[in-house]
Design a protein around this ligand. Structure first.
Ligand code: URA
Length: 279
């Protein structure tokens, strides 16, 4: 019996399903050793042959043993990130340091560094988890569907990116296929994010989703317990700012019934801003 041929629609919907699941690259079943695939080193040419042959385009390819191995899970990298971040005295310096940092493995697969968007110095700073495919492509946080929901929610309490809030993630690079970032990757980026909060000096922090809330607050408590309650976040100089953990907009898109709780969280943010005399 012959196998039925899949229709174009079936194939298109299978591909869509792959993309929805975060599979945006096709990879073969067998690993390719690309170093082994390099052409063998050429024998030294005679002077006359060298004079007549064209300059090889890829003459600078280094043999594999000449590349310095970088242990990407080393705790030293977290210390390096922390020391680098400490030396930054402005958001511009911090952004340049993050863009130049080569210690996080995620940077190798990401298209862009996603630093922040909105207004630096705005009263509210939102910290999310990690860039997704849209953010990676455009180099800005929260620009995909969940970002659009976030914008609408903030707008409902009168806050826009222009003047009302500043927004970032604990990770500056998209994890491949949106996988959960490792603790080492989180710790490395968090060293910069802590300094990011210190330099942005918001009046209030909004922590979007369990991963961001747990990482920033250094707790193992889940978002179901954390959300809706003010917690104090201490800056490096000892100043305390109020932080509100809340559901991630991607979760709200999957679970619209939870939007009611998020609305209560946002009303609490609005009330606190009024108490602080910000609006
Ligand atoms: N989810 C996040 O946590 N951050 C983004 O920037 C986009 C989606």
């Amino acid at each position: 019996m012959t196998e039925p041929v899949a229709s174009r629609e079936d194939i298109a919907s299978l591909l869509k399903w792959y993309v929805d699941q975060g599979l945006d690259e096709t990879i073969g079943e067998t690993a390719i050793d690309r170093f082994a695939a390099l052409p063998p080193a050429a024998a030294p040419a005679s002077d006359s042959a060298r004079a007549s042959s064209p300059t090889p385009i890829r003459s600078a390819v280094l043999p594999p043993q000449a590349r310095a191995p970088v242990p990407l899970e080393s705790p030293q990298l977290v210390e390096d990130a922390r020391a680098l971040a400490e030396r930054c005295n402005s958001l511009e310096e911090l952004e340049a340091a993050v863009r130049a940092f080569e210690g996080c493995a995620l940077k190798r697969t990401a298209k862009n560094t996603v630093f922040a968007d909105g207004t630096p110095g705005a009263p509210v700073m939102i910290v999310g988890e990690a860039p997704g495919a849209d953010e990676d492509r455009l180099g800005k946080p929260f620009v995909g569907v969940s970002g659009q929901l976030m914008d609408r929610m903030m707008e409902a309490i009168g806050l826009r990116r222009a003047g009302g809030f500043y927004i970032t993630n604990i990770l500056f690079w998209r994890p491949p296929g949106n996988r959960t970032p490792t603790l080492a990757e989180q710790a490395m980026c968090l060293a910069f994010t802590r300094r990011h909060i210190e330099l942005a000096r918001p009046k209030l922090l909004v922590l979007a989703g369990g991963t961001a809330a747990k990482a920033v607050l250094d707790t193992t408590e889940g978002i179901m317990r954390l959300r809706g309650k003010w917690v104090s976040y201490r800056l490096g100089d000892g100043t305390e700012i109020s932080a509100m953990p809340t559901f991630h907009p991607a979760y709200l898109l999957r679970t619209p019934a939870s939007k009611r709780q998020s609305w209560l969280d946002l009303l609490a943010v609005d009330k606190k801003l009024k108490e602080l005399g910000v609006r």
